[in-house]
Design a protein around this ligand. Structure first.
Ligand code: URA
Length: 448
């Protein structure tokens, strides 16, 4: 039996001392943990050793493979068309999946999307979707395939059968400060995406204060690793490097972000949200074979918003997965958080920085995220920004509105939020939102 093959403590020690593990040894760790033969505390020690010592490319590939094969690898060949998915490395206010999945599906490309929950300061697509009353993200594999076939898209969480090792490791990393590691992130993302049975993948790799890899150079390494793994497994994979130095859009928090996504699908999305959405959606449409170039794909993506087809697809998927479509059509009737507070500027000037990590943590404390694995999310909690970087404000002007059902968090949160904002007398230079495209041919600056 696998648990007798190696001594777990010896493998932890080996990694702790900076040595490389064989693919068999990595497979042993992943399989034994998934089968409950290694306890959380030993896996936590191993993860921390891997975090601090790093993994070689070979170890990262073995990790991805072991996690991928810890469950079923779906075969979607009976569904016609090239199946394309998108994944983000995680950010604050990043609600793009909710907008682009219906766009791409309505343009004829099947989107078999399996998403995650919030991790650390970042939000998760599943938590956002679950803020819609009735919306079910936990489905059986059979139901997953049925939804995908009927709707040309699906928005669910990992079933027990799909990459179960990642599901467990992801939750453990979240609470052991072992998220921000290139090989661990790459293994986590690619194992679940490859298990979906996709033909191609578009990746949104974030850099800046709200990203797991804050340094552009580190995020670029992650992008190259992700693309390398995807291509090694025979999937066309394109990544974009996008700025997460301030939150994306204006809404942070689960229902607030669904609401902003509804506005976006109806043609009223914020510029930054729409710029990245159309790029990622356009690339998916291109990789799905429905557009000759990314630019043509972007045109189709814009068209799907303008002619209402993406909105129609959104209503269909909400209904299919049990969500309350009346509420989605009339978001104003959603039960508001009990406590609402306007946060005011403490000085005159331009907002020159908004630390997305800190703001994500404030939103978490207001109730929109989890401090521990078993915490419950408050769907109505979060922050609605009224101002963003580059805006000029007067002292006393509202820069954000807080929503929470936990009154105790309000004052402390306001203090932390204001600490996350930098004011200056001069207008800051505009940062480039999308800097590079990374594909199998290399790194291409993105100036379009
Ligand atoms: N997203 C994932 O799916 N996994 C990670 O480890 C980080 C971001």
């Amino acid at each position: 039996m696998s648990q007798r093959k190696y001594n777990t403590v010896s493998l932890i020690r080996k990694k702790r001392d900076g040595k490389s593990l064989s693919s068999d040894e990595i497979e042993f760790m992943v399989r034994s943990y998934t089968d409950d033969e290694i306890p959380d505390y030993q896996m936590s020690a191993f993860l921390m050793a891997a975090f601090l010592r790093g993994l070689t490319d070979g170890e990262a590939a073995s990790l991805t493979k072991s996690m991928l094969h810890s469950g079923v690898v779906l075969d979607l060949s009976h569904i016609s068309g090239k199946k394309v998915d998108k994944h983000s490395t995680g950010g604050v206010g990043d609600k793009l999946s909710l907008i682009l999945a219906p766009i791409v599906a309505s343009c004829g490309v099947p989107v078999p999307m399996i998403s995650g929950r919030g991790l650390g300061h970042t939000g998760g697509t599943l938590d956002k979707l679950e803020s819609i009353p009735g919306f079910t993200v936990d489905v059986t594999l059979e139901r997953y395939l049925e939804i995908l076939k009927r709707q040309n898209m699906v928005l669910v969480g990992q079933t027990e059968e799909v990459a179960p090792a990642d599901k467990r490791l992801y939750a453990l990393r979240d609470v052991t400060a072992t998220v921000e590691s290139i090989p661990l992130i790459a293994g986590s993302i690619m194992s679940k995406k490859l298990a979906e049975g996709i033909d191609a993948l578009v990746l949104d790799v974030k850099f800046g204060s709200g990203a797991f890899m804050q340094e552009h150079s580190q995020a670029m390494e992650l992008a190259k690793t992700l693309v390398g793994i995807g291509e090694e497994f025979g999937k066309r994979t394109i990544a974009y490097m996008t700025d997460m130095d301030q939150p994306l859009g204006y809404a942070i928090g689960n229902w607030l972000e669904v609401r902003e996504s509804i506005d976006a699908l109806r043609g009223g999305g914020p510029d930054d949200v729409m710029e990245i959405t159309h790029l990622l959606a356009g690339t998916m449409i291109h990789l799905g074979g429905k557009a000759g170039t990314v630019e043509e794909g972007i045109d189709q993506s814009r068209g799907a918003i303008q002619d209402g087809s993406a909105w129609k697809k959104w209503l269909e998927i909400v209904a299919e997965q049990g969500g309350d479509t009346k509420l989605v059509e009339n978001p104003g009737i959603y039960p508001a958080a009990e406590h609402v507070k306007d946060v005011k500027a403490v000085e005159d000037g331009y907002i020159s920085a908004m630390n997305a990590y800190e703001i994500g943590m404030v939103s978490l404390e207001l109730g929109a995220g989890r401090r521990a694995k078993e915490d419950r999310i408050d769907p109505a909690a979060g922050i609605l920004l009224k101002k963003k970087v580059g805006d000029r404000v007067k002292k006393g002007e509202t820069i954000a509105r807080f929503y929470t059902n936990n009154r105790n968090e309000m004052d402390k949160s306001e203090h932390f939020f204001l600490n996350a904002i930098t004011f200056s007398n001069t207008k800051p230079d505009k940062r480039q939102l999308i800097t590079h495209q990374v594909d199998t041919n290399g790194v291409h600056p993105w100036n379009r």
